[in-house]
Design a protein around this ligand. Structure first.
Ligand SMILES: Nc1ncnc2c1ncn2[C@@H]1O[C@H](COP(=O)(O)OS(=O)(=O)O)[C@@H](OP(=O)(O)O)[C@H]1O
Length: 934
């Protein structure tokens, strides 16, 4: 990385000018060092753009007087322009000439070919982050930010004092003065994250939290950015969910796990830059005539002339159903495209058959039949390919997949190569003038008009290669095939020239460890050999819009994974804004369909009525059960630090829920009371199910402990070692022998005598040698009742609107009423639940969702567990839980939840002694155990 200090000319003013010059030199030396360091690292190489050649060139004319004030005022803000979306060089130049002309710090993530030296000026800094890194990772992953940190906060950096960062795309127009007016009302020492919240829910929801949209500007405090750029904080989000190019979404995820949330700020608006260039406020009058002309060209999107016949779309048709594919495409998206522009590719046998079936209506490439010259033959054009035999003959489309193994990959690579070479050798006359080569799958829907519009923003004589970039850490990116691959003529010719090289042999796997090895990867590898790099463009969607919500995909050029082209055509023609769509649904594309992610999780605590809650909810007509009540997927007592990955979530967890489409108006969820004790659960659950709602029901911890003990004794599932943990592994051994509860309580009393609440640990706490040494272990029955210790992690991570806390005693007393509140929390329509039956009682166990055992709730009261607990035992436990109850009070106060208090120290008329008998150390001490962590 290198920083180009924009000014080497001394501003007027003697010693100040000198010291400024020295500072400049210092900064340049430091930056040269940073450059050297980064150049030697594999990731995040940022090169300087063309260095200014002469000093004279640096001394650009002084800015208009109107700039001076803005320059002075804007010194605490760094404006960061993230490139892409075609016309990049132009857009950046226009920005630097217009709104960004009068800001003190502007950083451009740009193409190395962009020479912006004309915009250097003596009174501001223009930083460039360009070169290889931008080309190879144009979507700016979090790893890029790591390098950025070194640039900004490196010693001597003139930007080290900025308090605010405004990230914008190269299509954003900033009213600098208006922004500067807003800043004084915001706190720069806060983890501020401002702008307009994007709606990604319907794009690719999986793993996205609310995030601020880059196109309308992302405003961050330096306080927050300094945390974001620290790889220790955000590296988990690098590979995150969703598309690889949704940089702003990934930033949002990272920010979320730093406990900051998007805050709406007025004035961050959507829309094109004003065509008439009469930007409001301070910008007026600053736009040059040149700038104005360029903006107009951009707005009118008519830069490069592209005639429809300059574009050739190649459909990679599957071998089966070729006729249907051709007919479907021709009746839908290809309808308005000049016929000769769409070509279908299939193997020789399928092509010959289709030719015969069409009775000569379809033209077939010369290796099957001589090209027909009848006009009807121009209807559909089928290119017959010479391909190796398919690895097997079970030709269903979805079995063709890059993860099917080497033989399939090889076949797919051969197929892509055959299609590519056929297309660029231009065997048919009309192909010879191709300026743009587009390759799509047969389940890809092409939006012809937006595609043309997009291509017009690029010069076909320059090398361009875009679509939906695919990234795997450590490998070069390439354009994924499904949503379409676009090559300019120049790029295609370069790849064609390289295709004879051994590195472009489809049998030669250059990146053996890479997951994606199919046809698109072959093209990517060969493009790399040819020096053709991936450009950043948007609008290539890997799946269709959920429920036809087209208005959320305004920039769409293609949709992949479209099963029914006719339905899509009808919806688009009707200008549909969406089928009936359940707003509770967060859709994720699985098995070629949108399915709603689970909507709720009952996360705790054991023996607090979680089974009843779950089963009551299942009565609601909108709620469908998971395969069982407790999925224990995310972690529990035994796996408090589990970290499931995306693949596991997709293949294991989500399959345990019923498939619910966004138009079904149903929700689903699960109830695993052990989640409360899993410290990684909140983070990992939210990483993959960001909008899920959590319910925790808490029970008087003394009674809860005894209830769990009784149930485990009946079930013969008591832990073998209740008084200690065996080494640092969880003790999962069960015993048919259970010590009397009073003996376990004596152990607890002994622990209290020599330990402090903070140092008391149990099965689900993180193991430490010190804990072991201190003999401060308590059995899990009481250990699980130290709620605040575990709940704190949840409340810190999960947004409050997604949490419902229930008090067992209260809600079981008013179960019908509580269920209405639960319904409202889960956004379910009102429903009259039947709550007379209590589930999973110590009298009738029925924890599984398909077991019907239940007890009349009034019978539970008569045979209460509490009644069977001796007063002496109760008082020991009462004392044990006192400090933890105080801690729970503190926690609830901090997060603004009403307190939960249980009468643990009373049995009828009898009261436990009010002073500490066992917690000797706590006598006279405040009771809160204060922020203990599990
Ligand atoms: N409606 C109603 N009224 C009163 N009490 C009720 C009700 N529903 C469940 N329960 C009591 O909740 C206890 C079971 O809780 P869980 O289902 O969460 O247990 S588990 O952890 O899933 O095994 C279990 O407590 P114990 O009887 O003490 O074992 C149930 O009796």
């Amino acid at each position: 990385m290198s920083v180009t200090r924009t000014s080497t000319a001394s501003p007027p003013g003697g010693r100040r000018g000198c010291s400024r010059l020295l500072l400049t030199l210092g900064a340049m030396i430091v930056c040269a060092c940073v450059f050297f360091l980064l150049a030697s690292s594999r990731l995040g190489r940022l090169h300087a753009a063309a260095a200014p050649r002469t000093r004279a060139r640096l001394a650009a004319p002084r800015e208009p007087a109107a700039c001076a004030r803005l320059l002075a005022r804007s010194s605490e803000v760094m404006f960061m322009i993230v490139g892409g979306r075609g016309f990049h060089h132009l857009r950046v130049r226009v920005m630097l000439r217009t709104w960004a002309r009068c800001v003190a710090h502007v950083l451009v993530f740009t193409d190395p070919s962009l020479n912006i030296s004309d915009y250097f000026s003596p009174r501001r800094y223009v930083y460039l982050s360009a070169g290889d890194a931008w080309r190879r990772r144009p979507y700016l992953p979090m790893s890029h930010f790591d390098s950025l940190a070194k640039l900004i906060w490196g010693r001597g950096s003139p930007a080290s004092n900025v308090s605010w960062f405004l990230l914008v795309s190269d299509r954003t127009f900033v009213n600098v003065a208006a922004l500067l007016d807003v800043l004084p009302s915001l706190d720069p020492s806060d983890k501020g994250y401002y702008g307009q919240v994007a709606n990604a829910t319907h794009k690719e929801a999986f793993g996205f939290h609310d995030y601020v949209d880059l196109n309308t500007g992302v405003l961050l405090t330096a306080t927050l950015l300094s945390k974001v750029v620290d790889p220790a904080h955000c590296k988990d989000q690098k590979g995150g969910g969703g598309t690889f190019d949704m940089f702003d979404a990934k930033l949002g995820n990272c920010v979320f796990f730093l406990n900051a949330f998007p805050r709406r700020l007025a004035g961050f608006m959507e829309g094109e830059p004003p065509p008439a260039c009469d930007a409001p406020g301070a910008l007026r009058g600053l736009i040059t005539a040149d700038g104005e002309a360029e903006i107009k060209r951009i707005v009118q999107r008519e830069y490069f002339a592209v005639a429809p016949e300059d574009v050739a779309i190649h459909v990679m048709a599957r071998e089966t159903h070729l006729k249907q594919i051709v007919n479907d495409c021709e009746a839908t998206w290809a309808k308005d495209i000049p016929k000769a522009c769409v070509y279908y590719h299939s193997d020789k046998a399928a092509a010959a058959e289709s030719y015969a079936v069409s009775r000569g209506k379809w033209a077939i490439s010369g290796n099957v039949a001589p090209p027909s010259n009848g006009s009807a033959a121009r209807q559909h054009r089928i290119a017959a390919l010479h391909l190796p035999a398919r690895p097997d003959s079970s030709g269903e489309h979805w079995t063709i997949s890059h993860d099917k193994g080497l033989s399939w990959n090889t076949w797919l690579r051969c197929k892509m190569r055959a299609i590519f070479l056929w297309s660029v050798r231009a065997p048919w006359a009309e192909l010879q003038g191709t300026a743009w080569y587009v390759y799509v799958d047969d389940d890809t829907y092409v939006l012809w008009a937006p595609l043309l519009e997009l291509l017009r923003r690029h010069d076909a004589a320059a090398s361009h290669y875009f679509g939906r970039p695919l990234q795997e850490e450590g490998f070069p990116i390439f354009v994924g095939g499904g949503a379409g691959i676009v090559l300019s003529r120049a790029a295609a010719m370069r790849i064609r020239a390289a295709s004879a090289l051994p590195e472009c042999d489809p049998l030669h796997l250059k990146w053996v460890d890479r997951t994606h090895q199919g046809g698109d990867a072959w093209l990517g590898d060969c493009a790399e050999v040819a020096g053709v790099q991936v450009d950043m463009e948007y609008g290539f969607y890997p799946q269709p819009p959920v429920a036809n919500l087209f208005h959320l995909f305004k920039d769409a050029v293609t949709f992949h994974g479209v099963e029914d082209h006719h339905a899509m055509y009808a919806a688009l023609s009707a200008n549909a804004t969406g089928e009936a769509y359940d707003s509770r649904c967060v859709p994720v594309f699985i098995d070629h369909k949108y399915n709603c992610l689970p909507h709720f999780i009952i996360g705790g605590v054991p023996k607090a009525g979680t089974t009843s809650l779950y089963k009551y909810l299942m009565q609601h007509p909108d709620v469908l059960p998971a395969v069982d009540k407790e999925l224990t997927f995310w972690g529990n007592f035994f796996t408090p630090k589990r970290r499931p990955g995306r693949e596991e979530v997709m293949s294991e967890y989500l399959h345990k829920f019923p498939k619910i489409a966004p138009g079904d108006f149903k929700v689903t969820g699960e109830a695993t009371p052990g989640y409360l004790y899993c410290s990684t659960c909140p983070t990992y659950i939210l990483k993959y199910i960001p909008k899920v709602r959590f319910i925790f029901t808490l029970r008087n911890p003394v009674v809860r402990a005894y209830s769990e003990y009784l149930n485990k004794v009946v079930d013969k599932t008591v832990m073998r070692y209740l008084h200690k943990r065996i080494d640092n592994k969880m003790d999962k051994e069960l015993s048919t022998f259970a010590p009397p509860f009073a003996r376990l309580t004596d152990d607890v009393a002994r622990t209290m005598e020599s330990c402090l609440p903070n140092n008391t640990y149990s099965m689900m706490d993180e193991y430490s040698d010190e804990m072991e040494k201190n003999h401060c272990y308590v059995n899990p029955f009481v250990g699980e009742g130290r709620y605040a210790r575990y709940l704190r992690v949840w409340l810190s991570v999960v947004p409050k609107r997604q949490v419902l806390l229930l008090n067992f005693d209260e809600w079981t007393g008013r179960a019908a009423e509580t269920m209405q509140a639960v319904s409202a929390f889960l956004l379910l329509p009102a429903f009259a639940y039947r709550v007379e039956e209590a589930h999973n009682t110590h009298i009738a166990r029925s924890v599984h969702v398909d077991l019907q055992g239940s007890t009349n709730a009034s019978q539970i009261a008569a045979e209460s567990v509490e009644g069977a607990l001796s007063f002496a035992t109760q008082c020991v436990l009462h004392e044990f839980f006192l400090p933890y109850a105080a801690d729970l009070d503190v926690l609830f106060k901090e997060f603004d939840f009403p307190p939960m208090r249980w009468e643990t120290g009373r049995k009828g008329e009898m009261h436990c002694p009010s002073t500490y008998r066992y917690w000797h150390h706590l006598k006279g001490e405040p009771m809160s155990v204060s922020r203990a962590t599990g």
